[in-house]
Design a protein around this ligand. Structure first.
Ligand code: NAD
Ligand code: TYD
Length: 364
């Protein structure tokens, strides 16, 4: 198909910006519209390299703005009606959702509903359109030390963030069931890679190691996450867009489980090595109070993606984490910019990341 118009919401954030870079390279004849409200997590610097690409347009706006969204779907913004929607826009950090859940309900639940309505009211009843809801494995809740999340695992979100993402998924599911709306849901495990705001574990630790700041490890550091390089997530989304079945859910993950403390140790070793530091950064590790309701373990069974759509990750953790550290080391200005100036307000002065009560254990 030529002249395909793809509406990417949240394209100035971490995964969204990686996706736009990936997608324009993979589909040079498609037109990408990036709709983003530019919250603290959205940054147009992430897209500087494609700013003047003839098939890229940016609209600053909120997905909860019904009039704006209706205009975009009516083609009143200078482009035709989008054929595909890849819906990334969301409040995405668990710690911030513990502090204040309102923006999570507004952006993640209401925002999804506004987009669904606009698309439903505009799209003809053909099978050519697609609404891909980018969701998370966190909607399944938490695992004990064994087992995996499959697409059949009951939804059991524990944090306000994951509850709001579940609300979003359930609206998408309901539109498919009620209106035969052409939707697909993907649920991915934790991503890492370039352009991730340093409030999430991996970029926060890299930032703090570089700046010789304390490395806040929640609880005992024994919680487990399943990490996927962001480019592999982008490839998976594109695969689902091209080959996925409407109404289906696809789990995305790379069988790459790590305890938090092991990741922090690894990052200390790798960054120290790259900087040829003599003194180990592990001395900076500070155990702090645990996150409230902290999910113990996430682990994805992605065999449906593998068997039905032929997707599997292209990066090993070894290459992905090395590329990631190299990216941050080569983009120190980006890192400094997103933790200072207007962003400073969103950033904890001692530990970095969200401004939650982080109390060092030895200070209790
Ligand atoms: P992010 O926080 O880095 O980026 C979110 C983007 O959405 C930002 O650019 C922000 O400005 C924009 N945004 C937020 N609210 C908006 C609104 N109301 N209107 C318009 N734009 C708005 O998030 P991310 O890590 O890139 O995650 C993207 C999506 O992927 C989210 O839906 C998230 O739930 C999902 N996801 C993330 C991960 C992960 O590990 N980061 C894993 C699985 C799924
Ligand atoms: P995070 O990157 O916030 O992703 P999520 O909570 O969505 O999985 O956190 C990943 C893990 O790292 C999680 O178990 C919480 C832990 N963590 C810390 O120990 N210290 C930190 O400073 C942060 C941000 C997270």
């Amino acid at each position: 198909m030529t002249n395909v118009i793809v509406l990417v919401t949240g394209g100035a954030g971490f995964i969204g910006s990686n996706f736009i870079h990936y997608y324009l390279a993979a589909h040079p004849d498609h037109h990408v519209i990036n709709l983003d409200a530019l919250t603290y997590a959205g940054n147009l610097e992430n897209l500087k390299a494609i700013d003047s690409h003839p098939h890229y347009s940016f609209i600053k706006g909120d997905i909860t703005d019904r009039a704006l969204i209706a205009d975009i779907f009516a083609g009143k913004k200078g482009f035709g009606c989008p054929h595909y929607v890849i819906h990334f826009a969301a409040e995405s950090h668990v710690d911030r959702s513990i502090q204040d859940s309102s923006p999570f309900v507004i952006s993640n639940v209401l925002g999804t509903q506004v987009l669904l309505d606009a698309a439903k009211n505009t799209w003809p009843k053909t099978t050519q359109n697609r609404f891909l809801n980018v969701s998370t494995d966190e909607v399944y809740g938490s695992l004990e030390s064994t087992g995996y999340f499959t697409e059949q695992t009951p939804l059991s979100p524990n944090s306000p963030y994951s509850a709001s993402k579940t609300g979003s998924d359930l609206m998408v599911r309901a539109y498919f069931e009620t209106h035969q709306f052409p939707a697909i849901i993907t649920r991915c495990s934790n991503n890492y890679g370039p352009y991730q705001f340093p409030e999430k574990l991996i970029p926060l630790m890299i930032h703090n190691i570089l700046n010789e700041k304390p490395l806040p490890v929640y609880g005992q550091g024994a919680n487990v996450r399943d990490w996927l390089y962001v480019e592999d997530h982008c490839l998976a989304i594109d695969t689902v867009l091209q080959k996925g079945q409407l109404g289906q859910v696809y789990n995305i993950g790379g069988h790459n489980e790590w305890r938090n403390i092991d990741i922090v140790h690894l990052l200390c070793d790798l960054v120290d090595q790259k900087l040829e530091r003599k003194e180990s950064s592990k001395r900076l590790i500070t155990y702090v109070d645990d996150r409230k309701g902290h999910d113990l373990r996430y682990a994805i069974d992605a065999s449906k993606m593998q068997k039905e759509l032929g997707w599997s990750p292209q990066h090993t953790f070894e290459t992905g984490i090395s590329l990631t550290i190299d990216w941050y080391l080569s983009n120190l200005d980006w890192l400094a910019d997103v933790t200072s100036g207007v962003y400073e307000h969103y950033y904890d002065k001692t530990y970095g990341g969200s401004i939650v009560m982080k109390v060092a254990k030895n200070e209790c």
